[in-house]
Every structure is written in C-alpha cells, then in structure tokens.
Write a protein that binds this ligand. Structure first.
Ligand code: PAF
Length: 290
C-alpha cells in the first residue's frame, strides 16, 4: 500500500489509473478505523480497483467547543489494518495541504444541512461537504462509500453529488453494530463503564419503535413516545433530539409514509452519539432497518 501525502501526487495516481480505464473506489474516513470502515472498504474492493482510503481529521467539520483536538487518532494501527485489507492507496494529507492559509471556499447544501445534526452542530455539514467535494475532485473515484450511521450526512452528500453533477456514484452501506446493538463509531472509545452499557439504549429505543411499527402503529408522536420512554429510563443519557423525518427532505412527518428515517442524537457525559433506523413502506407494511 502506498501512502500519499500530497494532492498533486494523489491526482497523478488517479489520472494514471483512469487512463487505464480502471474504476477507483474511495472510502473517505477520519481514521480511528473500525469494522464499519472495513465493511465499506470490502464493498469498495468488490466494485473497484484501485481502492483509495483517505484519512483526514477534517478541522472544518468540528465546532469550536467540539472534540477536534481529542478526536481519536491511531494512524499506525489504521495503516496496518489497511495493509492487511489489501488497500491500494492511503491518502493522508495534512491540514495545511488541504486548507492552505488563503483557502476561502465553503460548500453548502441548503435546506438539508441546518436541521437535526446541523442545528446542534452549526457549520458541521458545511465542513463535511467542503472536504468531501475536495476529496472527490482530488481522487476522481467512480464510487465513493459512506456508512448509513451518518444518515443525514449521506443524504446531504447524495444531494451535493446530484446538484453538482459529480461523476462518482455515492454508495451508502448498512450500519454495523456491536453484539449488544451499539452502532460502531470511532467515538465509542470515549465510552467508559456505565456509559458504555447505557449507550445501548439508543439501539434498544429503535428496536422498541420497530416493534410498535410491526404492531401497526403509524402515528409518529406515539412512536416517539415509545422511543423516549426507553431513553428516559437511562439517567446517563441526555437526549439531544429524536425525530422521524422524510428520508428525502428530512422534514418531520406526522404519520409514517414512503421512506422515513428515525434519527436520534444523545450525549453520555461528554460523548455525543447518533443512531438511526430506516423505515421503508412496502404496500401496507413498513420494513424497519436498524
Ligand atoms: O463520516 C466521516 O468520517 C466524515 O464526516 C467524512 C465523510 C470522512 C468527512 O470528513
């Protein structure tokens, strides 16, 4: 595996691969890799060759009081894991390489970026879309892979790709979970002792809603009440938001219809976690994917 630190060299590699009609797969990450990332990489390896994994802890997507400095960094372990997986290129630019002092551009997907996570983390998605567009432009992949754990992020990136006629296909892959249901996340390393156990309530609350939907409940207020009951039973959890929204517009819905997302965010101590479930209408029934 070759480690690439500069944009010019990454572009050169990409140009050469595309000149040979090879389809590049890109898995953008911020490092602290876990099996969720590995499943994205395996999917990329099935569809594409070569596969590029980027590791870049993007300062622009962290607010001033967020965990940019403390965000888990484990470059050597990540590099070893990527070698073992047979990844072709690791693109790991420095912040100065990505954002020289005169960098001025902000990429913003309006309407979708200021609600839910965007309301709690102002500017977060502008940072995400700015860096993802840069990565897509630098690597020029045929396919780029994202996890559904960050469902709002995936929706926004898909919209950006549509609006800007980007060539890359945006692929969104399922959430991977621990055996007790906790969604895999680089931030899980922050969870200690009782908080780690309490964190499973996020998944349990989504499961409780799934059961209600299976029992024919369609009223969103009632579904959210079920969800909150599970979360409220864990005093360690401070709920930020729990909403059921249309999967395309991310606007709240009153009754289940079409495709919806159940999105939640909560804090356990200083650790902020998000989770979600996808609800898809199939005739008179609804399939819930957690
Ligand atoms: O999901 C992430 O890890 C990040 O938001 C991403 C897409 C790599 C952009 O920095």
């Amino acid at each position: 595996m070759e480690i690439i630190r500069t944009i010019s060299w990454m572009k050169q590699i990409s140009r050469e691969a595309r000149a040979k009609n090879r389809v590049i797969g890109l898995v953008p990450t911020m490092g602290a890799l876990h099996p969720g990332h590995f499943s994205l990489i395996r999917a990329a390896q099935t569809d594409c060759s070569p596969v590029v994994v980027s590791i870049f802890v993007n300062p622009k997507q962290f607010g001033p009081s967020e965990d940019f400095q403390k965000y888990p960094r484990s470059f050597e372990a990540d590099r070893g894991a990527l070698e073992n997986l047979g990844v072709d290129y690791l693109f790991a630019p420095t912040p100065e390489e990505m954002y020289p002092p005169d960098f001025r551009t902000v990429v913003a997907v309006s309407g979708l970026s200021d609600k839910l996570e965007g309301r709690s983390r102002p500017g977060h998605f502008h940072g995400v879309t700015t860096v993802v567009l840069k990565l897509l432009e630098i690597v020029q992949p045929g396919f780029a892979y994202f996890g559904r754990k960050d469902a709002q992020q995936a929706r926004i990136i898909r919209q950006m790709s549509l609006d800007l006629n980007l060539d890359a296909q945006i692929v969104v892959r399922p959430i991977l979970r621990e055996s007790d249901g906790l969604a895999l996340s680089s931030r899980n390393v922050y969870l200690q002792g009782d908080d780690r156990r309490a964190a499973t309530a996020l998944h349990r609350s989504l499961e409780a809603v799934r059961q209600e939907i299976a029992a024919a409940q369609r009223d969103v207020l009632r579904l959210l009440a079920v969800l909150r009951r599970v979360l409220d039973a864990e005093p360690a959890i401070a709920l930020d938001y729990a909403e059921i929204v249309d999967a395309e517009t991310l606007e709240p819905v009153l009754n289940l219809r079409g495709s919806c997302l159940i999105l939640l965010a909560a804090k356990l101590g200083k650790t902020r976690l998000i989770d979600n479930a996808l609800v898809e209408q199939e005739g008179d029934t609804f399939r819930v994917t957690i």
